[in-house]
Design a protein around this ligand. Structure first.
Ligand code: OGA
Ligand code: MN
Length: 213
């Protein structure tokens, strides 16, 4: 193994440890530089290309027979990842998450079975109102993961993720800026959250570790 690969592995191991610790302590972890900047830039470029070629669809809510487009709740657009046709950058993201999934299972016994995820694009002004990531009828989504893909994002750009860290006390909130390379990871049934409107296009990769049905 090359030295660079060795240090990348050591870094991934350290980050995975921090995520496990955050999930165990408070159900939440926020990690910067989860992927190398080059990979984050590639993923952002791929999101833009897919969007330009008409590959995104309006996001919906609910699942199966309950699925509906509901522009009063969310106005982002998404494009599901297809692991069988992953680019090198998407493959790097998926491989890193696969390592993380195994580490979480070993440490926390969550029985995570697979990852499903999509690119998300919020045009300027788009939003996602307060919600939980678990569908009403199932608890298949156990851990939510969001990797932001936005270069040079500042407070003035808005677009924060607002997490309600204590569902019984609305005033307990955490505001997360969607800074490129930042990963937010939380227990899907624990935290209502919302996406505030941004002043510019806001890109992410969003997904879930799921339990078997
Ligand atoms: C979601 C979501 C948060 C974000 O897609 O379910 O809550 O910060 N995304 O993009
Ligand atoms: Mn959500």
């Amino acid at each position: 193994m090359s030295q660079a690969a060795g240090s990348a592995d050591a870094r991934a191991e350290a980050l995975h440890g921090l995520i496990v610790e955050g999930l165990a302590d408070r159900g939440l972890a926020i990690i910067d530089d989860f992927l190398p900047p080059k990979r984050v830039a590639e993923l952002a470029a791929e999101a833009r290309e897919l969007w330009a070629s008409g590959d995104f669809q309006d996001a919906g809510i609910g699942q199966g027979g309950n699925f509906q487009h509901n522009a009063t709740i969310r106005t982002d657009q998404i494009r599901w990842l297809n692991p069988a046709a992953a680019t090198p950058a998407q493959g790097c993201f998926l491989a890193t998450l696969e390592g993380l999934r195994l580490v979480i299972n070993r440490a926390l016994f969550l029985g995570l079975f697979e990852f499903e995820g999509h690119f998300a694009r919020y045009p300027a002004g788009a939003y996602y109102l307060k919600h939980l990531d678990q569908f009403r009828d199932t608890d298949q989504r156990v851990v939510s993961l969001i990797l932001y893909l936005n270069a040079a994002w500042s407070e003035a750009d808005g677009g924060q993720l607002r997490l309600y860290t204590d569902p019984s006390d609305e005033s307990r909130q955490e505001l997360v800026l969607p800074i490129g390379g930042r990963l937010v990871c939380f227990l899907s049934d624990r935290f209502p959250h919302e996406v505030l409107p941004a002043r510019r296009e806001r890109l992410s990769l969003t997904g879930w570790f799921r339990r078997r049905e």
